[in-house]
Ligand binder design. Sequence first.
Ligand code: GRF
Length: 222
Amino acid sequence: MDAGAVARFPVGIVEAVTADVTTQPTGIVVLISGSGTNLQALIDATADAAYGVRILAVGADRAGISGLHKAAAAGIPTFVVRVEDHETRADWDVALAERIADHEPAFVVSAGFMKILGPRVLAEHVVLNTHPALLPAFPGAHAVRDALAAGATVTGCTVHVVDAGVDTGPVIAQSTVEVRPGDTEDTLHERIKAVEHPLLVTIVGRAAREGITVTDGKVSIP
Ligand code: GRF
């Protein structure tokens, strides 16, 4: 297998991303749906060549979001693939997989991408996701609100490999955040993002420089 290439095996059996440790940065595509603060953290990290990552493109499921402006400001190509522009969800899945593949990334980072990725994307690409809760607690689109509603006293964030379920893929790393009395969804989410950004930067960098292997639902970065 070429250095930097992805072995395209079904998730859960053996899946590996190998890194070219010689000279070339590892190319990734980042998917977003919103403000793109996690994306910005990755962009900032790539300023150091030793980080070993190049963001080849940023994809979104909607236009006009500030994350796309952040990508453009950094000179990174962008693309938008909207569900509503496709007849079926399956068509959208194929289109998104193809737009990602155009850039030949070693792997994909879902950083606040608020759509469930389809089988075609997951068959063709290894995808890491960042989630604002300590999975398996509080999966889904309202993780911060759900943690508050449940009265959790500790929550946090998780970087994991995406599988076919909703936030069910193998966990790579987590950081904790204390829930404070009087926290709102916004204040808590801001404190989560403060630990989420460095965690995502660390894990994406390690995956890019060292590679990732997923075997029988267990993930390892050497
Ligand atoms: C992050 O907290 C991410 O975990 C969640 O949505 C948020 C996106 O924030 N899914 P941003 O767009 O990176 O600012």
